[in-house]
Ligand binder design. Sequence first.
Ligand code: CTP
Ligand code: MG
Length: 361
Amino acid sequence: GSPILQHPRQSSKQRFVADLSQCLFDFVIQLLPTQEEMAVKEDVRKLLERLIRTIEPDSRLLSFGSTANGFSLRNSDMDLCCLIDSEDKLAAADLVTMLGDLLERETKFHVKTLPHARIPIVKLTLDPSPGLPHGIACDIGFENRLALENTRLLMCYAMIDPTRVRTLVLFLKVWSKRRKINSPYKGTLSSYGYVLLVIYYLVHVKNPPVLPNLQQMPPLRPITKEETHLNGFNIWFFDDIDLLRQRWVSENPDSVAELLIDFFRYYARDFQYNTGVASIRSGLLKKEAKGWQNDYSGGRYDPSRERNRLCIEDPFEIDYNVARCVTKDGLYTIRGEFMRAARVLATRPDRAIVALAELCE
Ligand code: CTP
Ligand code: MG
């Protein structure tokens, strides 16, 4: 090819990519929660903690999920976890019921309790008011220590390369919500699932990687099994982020826009949905090796029981498929959306802002 003709084409691509990166930053920044919103949420946490302590004096109420991991959007739900430090504590199911009654009596929250869920839970909502135009939605779970740890893991990943990781994750959260593929109750994927897909891609797909694998780095000092295990799961990961930021420099120079374009291409085209398991701890695994193929054996195949259309291994609870709520239709829709997004970005409209608007419409 002629170097004279090639040059302008390349630079138009480069321009689009630089433009798109800038648009992504600007777009994401205006969706971050305000200081005021964060302060209100902290007040709500303290108030709820005070109320819970009237039932269980040795309890603590901690934030996890997006309010604690650096991936929070404006008006996102609050995830709270109640830990009880005393020896003879109430059973979680009883505490959920008692707390539900108390909150119903003493506060303006609408209360719903799920005492017998995998993680017993109290769901609260507060109607919108002048000071809180979007109200508040809050889930209080009990003794969910693994969720506190996986929140800390995601936060560490966000802190290693805040610009690229946070921008990508926040954009994908908004995109998945706008495209209506962010509802585990309706057969699509939770935000947590999308975050794991992003980290998997940055650690294991990109070469050179954008992020190190924090769960496989050598510890700085010998550690015992008691220190590293919780409920039988290995929860150790390298969490000295100050040190890591001095020591670890990614050799991957890609901009946010390039990473986003390639992320969509990868999940539209290359990820092996039928056989693969995305594991941020171990890389690409096989469904077969984990016993996660949908079970056709034994004659009848019952689609309502299928759990493993899309497989994303939890970073700590490795026998838990984070995407187990994703149905056949849900996965079809999600893959369709990855393809649509890849297509929109590949056509490279004149202005990046147009591409963004089209992506999220
Ligand atoms: N979580 C989990 N297993 C799941 C889903 C969620 O352990 N299958 C825990 C994780 O600790 C996660 C937290 O619950 O960080 C919140 O999950 P989710 O609400 O999906 O993510 P957020 O980052 O809070 O996103 P959003 O702002 O959409 O609420
Ligand atoms: Mg949440």
